[in-house]
Design a protein around this ligand. Structure first.
Ligand code: ZN
Length: 478
């Protein structure tokens, strides 16, 4: 059974942590984060070989653990069907059925019955399974080390696909790194999620975030003219969005003044780029709103007055959650209260974990989903935030967070209901995205029925867990 963190942490969270009561600081200090060693050699994106790893698992005899490219044009007999409670995303309601994906990787059918499926169709899932759109994390830092080493530097970190993440929005990375990961209009590198990037965060000279994002992760904007030039250069280099740092931090560092903020936003919009601001106080959220900033990177941690909540709601601004990060560092109570007010006012909240900054590699965090649920969205609403809404985050491309006939499939097969047990996201049974099926080596069991023609009509029974060979093969998977 999954629980919300360590008992001691839960206790801290309940009482808001020590720092929130006594400090004007609204964010964990930079010392809480980690700084990338820029001297390390960066691998190319092609250096990541997750599919080969999974292919090796298949070769060692674990029949259902594999990652394969489905052939183009083999419609639909060489596709795959996912069986279970299907939630197609958006405002739809979950109901039992099948999602049929064709050989080109598109959703060919959403149906209630198995009858009439081609006999050679691979069928995955069962009565207890859920089939849902895969998630998008709208706030990650791929350039930041996780667990003592930079995930992006090692080449063997979970890419996201096997964890159920099919989209990431990377913030405040040095430009060269960011552009090496960026997906843009191309399909993602096989086995990787779609990645949108901001490149360096723009902030005031001596700004707080410059100390957080040493080594090219932050860039100074000194005047409206220079700010426009900086934005135009980032746009020409190909970033997907502009990130603006409006946070004085614990030592009241300078923040970009209103004229510079306006210049950044107008230059970005003129270049067709949205602007995401890191602003945690009422004053700086107001400054962002005045300038027409499109999104906030965090739920603010200073309690926002009702009038400001209404203003945010009226502006169309979206806000990425990162609530668990705040709870983990003692700033959760006011952020959670703001989140509840924002949800009540109808402000769209997106799912984001600040992974990298939070010390964890990109993966679905069930605690973040529950923080969103507890803000008033409920567990299904939290999933909608992490799928359809996060897929629409500023700068994200190629994902819809929905399962719709005719569209490319990006879905997850979960072994049980994510509404009953959000922790199930830590062990997805299978992920399908970009024409590629990945059956997770971390799934507690691997269930499949094949072929469709020899199985009885109706939902297939769940098969028992993989045997000792599977358990042996799973060792050392991370
Ligand atoms: Zn962050």
């Amino acid at each position: 059974m999954w629980t919300a963190g360590h008992p001691e942490q839960a206790q801290r969270d309940r009482y808001g942590g020590a720092r929130s009561a006594q400090s004007r600081a609204q964010f964990p200090s930079c010392e809480d984060g980690r700084v990338t060693d820029q001297n390390q050699q960066l691998p190319s994106r092609r250096g990541v070989r997750l599919p080969a790893v999974l292919a090796e698992r298949a070769r060692t005899g674990l029949e259902l653990i594999r990652s394969r490219r489905l052939r183009d044009g083999a419609v639909p007999s060489r596709g795959v069907a996912f069986v279970g409670t299907v939630w197609a995303g958006g405002a739809t309601e979950p109901s039992f059925g099948l999602v049929v994906v064709d050989g080109a990787g598109r959703v060919a059918d959403l149906r209630a019955e198995r009858g009439g499926l081609p006999s050679d169709l691979l069928v995955l899932g069962g009565v207890n399974h859920w089939v849902v759109p895969a998630l998008v994390d709208a706030h990650v830092h791929l350039s930041q080390p996780a667990d003592g080493k930079s995930a992006a530097l090692t080449g063997d970190w979970p890419t996201g696909l096997e964890t159920g993440l099919v989209g990431l929005r990377d913030l405040a990375s040095p430009l060269r790194q960011a552009l090496s990961w960026r997906t843009g209009h191309r399909p993602p590198t096989p086995g990787w999620p779609v990645i949108a990037v901001s490149g360096p965060v723009l902030t005031a000279p001596g700004g707080y975030q410059a100390s957080c994002w040493a080594g090219g992760g932050a860039e100074f904007v000194t005047s409206p003219v220079q700010a426009r030039w900086a934005v135009q250069r980032l746009a020409a280099d190909g970033v997907d969005l502009i990130q603006l740092g409006l946070d004085p931090g614990p030592s009241a560092s300078p923040t970009p003044p209103p004229a510079v903020v306006r210049a950044v936003v107008s230059a970005a919009h003129a270049a067709g780029l949205p602007v995401l601001a890191h602003a945690l106080s009422a004053e700086l959220v107001g400054r962002a709103l005045d300038a027409g900033v499109d999104e906030l990177a965090h739920i603010p941690t200073e309690r926002l007055p009702a009038a400001l909540i209404e203003r945010i709601a009226g502006s169309g601004m979206k806000i990425t959650s990162t609530l668990q990060l705040f709870f983990s560092s003692g700033y959760g109570r006011d952020a959670a209260a703001n989140a509840a007010d924002l949800v009540s006012a109808g402000v769209p909240l997106l799912y984001g974990t600040d992974s990298g900054r939070s010390g964890a590699a990109p993966a679905v965090d069930p605690r973040e989903l529950d923080r969103l649920a507890n803000a008033g969205l409920g567990r299904l609403g939290a999933l909608r935030a992490a799928t359809e809404l996060s897929a629409g985050a500023a700068g994200m491309r190629r994902r819809t967070g929905r399962l719709r006939v005719g569209e490319p499939a990006a879905l997850v097969l979960l072994p049980t209901s994510p509404l009953v047990e959000p922790g199930v996201w830590q062990t997805p049974s299978a992920v399908f995205a970009d024409g590629r099926l990945t059956v997770s080596p971390n799934a507690p069991d691997h269930r499949a029925v094949r072929p469709a023609a020899t199985a009885p009509a109706g939902p297939p029974p769940d098969l028992p867990a993989a045997g000792p060979r599977g358990a042996a093969t799973d060792q050392g998977s991370r």
